[in-house]
Design a protein around this ligand. Structure first.
Ligand SMILES: O=C1C[C@@](O)(C(=O)O)C[C@@H](O)[C@@H]1O
Length: 261
């Protein structure tokens, strides 16, 4: 697996990066929520733009992005518009989807944007091109809140998102039982071996929580954990996630050191 450098930090090297979602529903609450996140250990923040109910104009969005950046400092800022079809709140259609992302890119404040693969090849390709012109990275993503597809289907989706040109690729699925969690982890390990870009996967809900803690073992580069609100079922509190990740990281690092002696 390759890593991806963003804002001077490497995503996809050994240690898993923690990303805290910013879920404010009103523009008025955004900065106070951002300050709560900033007081946590999150090196990366995801602004869920779809959750913030506001009649955005280019001006208000850019002012908001600038204000967010001021509070976030050097933390990585990912901006996400999650559609209703994939578990989010955005229902305004693809023209508005593209317009909002264009304004986000024009603000010069985002480090990464999340583009759903289901938006279709041509929209995904043009958003990737526009993002790259502004040195912004793109996570191409796919979410299934209704279930966990077969391993073959999950692998095919991941390969397709890599083909589409994502700098990172992300798959979130909902387990019905423990076997579904194993299927997601198994696909993650397989893809981790062949992928040319960092991979982010999660099995959602309480059943899948283990997948949010075990990225270093199976090959998922980023985990979403809650510092000021949760954006998906199964997200755990950031402090517990950070402790568990470092426990596992230290165990793996120690074994590596011992083997190299
Ligand atoms: O794609 C993802 C992953 C996620 O759905 C999760 O399960 O943690 C949370 C979303 O905010 C994010 O955009």
């Amino acid at each position: 697996m390759k890593s991806f450098k963003v804002r001077g930090k490497q995503i996809g090297d050994e240690a898993v990066t923690i990303c805290a979602p910013l879920c404010a529903q009103k523009r008025f609450d955004l900065l106070s929520e951002t300050r709560r996140i900033v007081s946590s250990c999150a090196p990366m923040v995801e602004w869920r733009l779809d959750l913030c109910q506001e009649a955005w104009t280019e001006e208000t969005l850019q002012l908001t992005m600038t204000a967010l950046r001021e509070v976030l400092g050097e933390r990585i800022l990912l901006v996400t518009i999650r559609t209703v079809e994939e578990g989010g709140a955005f229902a305004a259609g693809s023209a508005r989807y593209q317009q909002l992302y264009r304004w986000v890119l024009a603000s010069g404040q985002a480090d990464l944007i999340d583009v759903e693969a289901s938006q279709g090849e041509s929209l995904v390709a043009s958003l990737i091109r526009e993002a790259h012109e502004r040195q912004v990275g793109v996570i191409v993503s796919s979410h299934d809140f209704a279930g966990t597809p077969s391993e073959a289907e999950m692998l095919a989706r991941l390969r397709q998102m890599q083909e589409a040109g994502g700098d990172l690729i992300k798959l979130a699925v909902m387990p019905r039982d423990a076997t579904d969690v194993l299927a997601l982890l198994s696909v993650t390990t397989l893809m981790h071996k062949e992928a040319k870009v960092p991979l982010i996967t999660m099995s959602m809900g309480a059943l899948g929580a283990i997948s949010r803690l075990s990225g270093e073992v199976f090959g998922s580069a980023v985990t979403f954990a809650s510092a000021a609100g949760s954006s998906a079922p199964g997200q755990l509190s950031i402090d517990l996630v950070a402790q568990t990740l470092s426990l596992l990281h230290e165990a793996l690092a120690q074994e590596k050191r011992e083997k190299s002696l």
